[in-house]
Design a protein around this ligand. Structure first.
Ligand code: F6R
Length: 365
């Protein structure tokens, strides 16, 4: 039941701290060792892999993009991420040195399942990150890491996404440690931060009213642009999808560095631009991009880490997330975007939990 929330989508957004705890803490012991129940990969197995493919659809695909970032940065293994409907029709390089990771909330998405079967036939090791216990994807995988998000009823994926991110961080750190790719102190530093991330998600949710007020200024917009740099690009894609599917606002997401290669032609007086600027390493570059669109009349709404008040020079509104490591920021930065898309959708009177033309589980091609 909705437990006092107006929609399941909102309830599920607010369930994220708990969903994150349920996915994370059972996999950690008191020494910060990661125990991945359902994954039997040994050091030797991991050292054999020369590539990783992450394959999924929609929001799960966006989680895969963050997964690529984490596996490459932490574990140093090359990763490709692809939408399942395309992967099936290429001739991807797959053999017994390939780790194939399928990501799916439902575990029933037909394209993801078909891609998995193809990879398995060619000899890949199949690991899946799935929410629904016992679903088709899990039954056909060698290894399964469940997200413990609980049932997701709203068609738009929210808590499944953030728990998929947790699953990827766990897998990446596990692989990095087992193969000696990461210094111990760094490993503990990241894990200690990850163990407190649920509290930071709670802090973001406490500011839901700020998002609601921002949403009231956006509800009559017909289009929105998202941009970011580094792993903020992935968050831009996911935020943009939320706006499309529940707010019905035409939305485009790009890497901010791509602006001047075309998209900037669309910026005019009053254009709404959501600027993701959570990556400290790339902060100054991101400010330049914000200036570029602001100079052309864009109304810039930024997401940044607390304390980065200089961003107010480039944005008309800023939502601050608690300070965290750049690497883990995607867990926090998506929350205001989910809330914004939700409040815009509700303000427009849309059927938030069941957006038009969409199904929760896509079992056809
Ligand atoms: C978006 C959304 C969809 C799903 C996609 C994959 O909010 O819900 O894009 O993420 O259809 O579904 P699963 O994860 O069940 O394979």
């Amino acid at each position: 039941e909705k437990e006092g929330f107006e929609h399941f989508t909102l309830k599920e957004i607010f369930e994220q701290p708990k969903a994150i705890r349920n996915t994370l803490f059972p996999r950690l012991d008191k020494n910060n060792d990661i125990i991945l129940d359902g994954i039997k990969l040994t050091k030797e197995d991991i050292e054999v892999f020369d590539r990783v493919y992450i394959v999924a659809c929609g929001t799960a695909y966006h989680a895969g993009l963050v997964g690529r970032f984490a596996i490459e940065r932490f574990a140093g293994i090359p990763v490709s991420v692809e939408v399942a409907s395309e992967f099936r029709y290429r001739d991807p390089f797959i053999d017994d040195k390939t780790l194939f990771i399928a990501v799916s909330q439902s575990g029933e998405t037909l394209d993801t399942l078909a891609a998995l079967r193809e990879a398995k036939r060619k000899g890949a090791r199949i690991l899946s990150i799935v929410n629904v216990v016992g679903s088709s994807v899990t039954r056909e995988s060698h290894d399964v890491l469940y997200t413990w998000a609980g049932p997701e009823i709203g068609v738009a994926s929210t808590k499944a996404y953030t728990t998929q991110l947790i699953a990827f961080y766990l897998i990446a750190l596990y692989m990095a440690r087992l193969t000696g790719k990461m210094p111990e102190n760094q490993y503990h530093q990241i894990l200690d931060e990850l163990k407190g991330i649920d509290k930071k998600v709670e802090a973001v949710l406490k500011k839901a009213d700020v998002c609601k007020a921002m949403a009231m200024l956006q509800k009559d917009n017909t289009s929105v642009f998202f941009m970011g740099r580094g792993v903020d690009v992935e968050t831009s894609f996911e935020g943009s999808l939320k706006y499309k599917e529940i707010s019905y606002i035409n939305s485009v997401a790009i890497a901010a560095g791509e602006l001047k290669h075309g998209t900037i032609a669309l910026i005019e007086e009053g254009t709404l631009v959501m600027a993701l600027a959570t990556q400290e390493r790339l902060f100054d570059k991101m400010c330049s991009n914000m200036l570029e669109v602001k100079a052309r009349g864009a109304r810039v709404v930024a997401i940044a880490q607390e304390g980065r008040t200089e961003i107010e020079k480039y944005a008309s509104e800023v939502f601050y997330i608690p300070r965290t490591m750049d690497e883990l920021a995607p867990i926090l930065s998506i929350i205001p975007l989910q809330l914004l898309a939700y409040y815009v959708s509700a303000a427009r009177g849309n059927d938030v939990d069941k957006p038009r033309n969409l199904a929760k589980s896509v079992t056809v091609e």
